[in-house]
Design a protein around this ligand. Structure first.
Ligand code: UD1
Length: 326
């Protein structure tokens, strides 16, 4: 198939492009490089452009006949979304709206959309399945919820077929890929833990954002899922859209939660070094616990994550962080 990967120079997008190419698909990446890395696009053609730029989208979508679009472009930092909500609504909601319009005009009727566990807000159950109420508590999550809603309405109205994949916490790196997680500034836990290990003595220790949450050790619990396992779920979603039209939603996680302190301890074992850390105030917008129930993805997509162990995930991240290519 010929696939347009919007946001394919970013962390998850670049792993997706690699996976698509390895499975025989032809990929065009459309990315404004605001946070992505051109060096990460090694398995497809790169077109530099912004999803908010309708003429640029029309040009790329109408130049070739695409079978599907995968949409990874988004601002995705919870804390930043609390202080700059309108930037999030513009980029994420208006960007998705513009992409949907351009797809309709170009007659591309299949979409795989990067959604997030942030659409759920504070969990009402131990593990979150697809029937859990949607009640985002930060503008990032609200923007993803609005996108899902627009996509659902487009599916009903004009024959778009779509899959929304709600990632829990994407982590790790392709073992042989020479691509990994690198954001500027970096706010994610695992890259920050590994930086604290690598730069100990010369940089600030890792900050643990809050140790007074109602969890087993007071720190936030998250469900870390390997980025290559996420890519595999997207591939299965593409296949599903060939057979099952309409709108589908899947929660993607390993179904096991690790606290910030547990991630620090596991990283210490993987790196064989101490992780310098200190407790800091809570970060705005963080729910205490987020753990996925991914039975629906396992049953319908046949998805089976290969990395179910936090240390195995951390090992792949550690390998890349010791010698990042970009
Ligand atoms: C958030 C979203 C998630 C989204 C991801 C994309 C929520 C609840 N989750 O993940 O859906 O896919 O962003 O970017 O909206 N932490 C520290 N110190 C640090 C960094 C993080 O203690 O230096 C803590 C955080 O408070 C959090 C956990 O580690 O409890 C994970 O944080 P992070 O890696 O930033 O991801 P989320 O915010 O959980």
């Amino acid at each position: 198939m010929r696939i347009l990967v919007a946001g394919g120079a970013g962390y998850i997008g670049a792993h997706m492009v690699k996976c698509l190419a390895e499975n025989g698909h032809t990929v065009t990446v459309f990315d404004n490089l605001s946070s992505g890395h051109p060096e990460a696009v090694r398995w497809g053609r790169l077109v530099v452009g912004d999803v908010l730029d309708r003429p640029a989208l029309d040009a790329v979508l109408q130049a070739d006949r695409y079978d599907a679009v995968m949409h990874f472009c988004a601002r995705s930092l919870v804390g930043e979304s609390m202080s700059q909500p309108l930037v999030y609504y513009r980029n994420n909601v208006l960007g998705t709206l513009t992409l949907l319009e351009a797809m309709q005009t170009a007659g591309v009727d299949r979409l795989v959309f990067s959604s997030s566990a942030a659409v759920f807000g504070q969990p009402l159950s131990e593990r979150i399945d697809e029937d859990h109420p949607l009640a985002p508590i930060n503008p990032y999550g609200a923007s993803k919820w609005m996108c899902e809603r627009m996509i659902e309405d487009a599916v009903k109205a004009f024959g778009l077929h779509a899959v929304a994949l709600r990632y829990f916490n994407a982590a790790g790196a392709a073992p042989q890929g020479r691509i990994g997680e690198s954001h500027q500034p970096e706010t994610h836990l695992i890259p920050n833990v590994l930086r604290a290990v690598l730069e100990q003595g010369s940089a600030a220790p890792l900050q643990i954002f809050g140790d007074d949450y109602p969890t087993r050790d007071g720190t936030c619990v998250r469900d870390y899922v390997h980025v290559d396992d996420l890519a595999a779920a997207h591939l299965a979603a593409l296949q599903l859209l060939q057979q099952e039209p309409g709108m589908h939603r899947f929660n993607l996680g390993n179904g096991a939660g690790f606290s910030v302190r547990e991630v620090i301890a596991a990283a210490g074992r993987v790196c064989g070094r101490r992780v310098p850390h200190q407790v800091a105030p809570r970060r705005d917008g963080d729910p205490a616990t987020l753990v996925a129930a991914s039975d629906h993805a396992r049953e319908v997509l046949g998805w089976k994550p290969r990395y179910t162990d936090i240390e195995a995930i951390l090992e792949t991240a550690w390998r890349w962080h010791r010698a990042p290519v970009y």
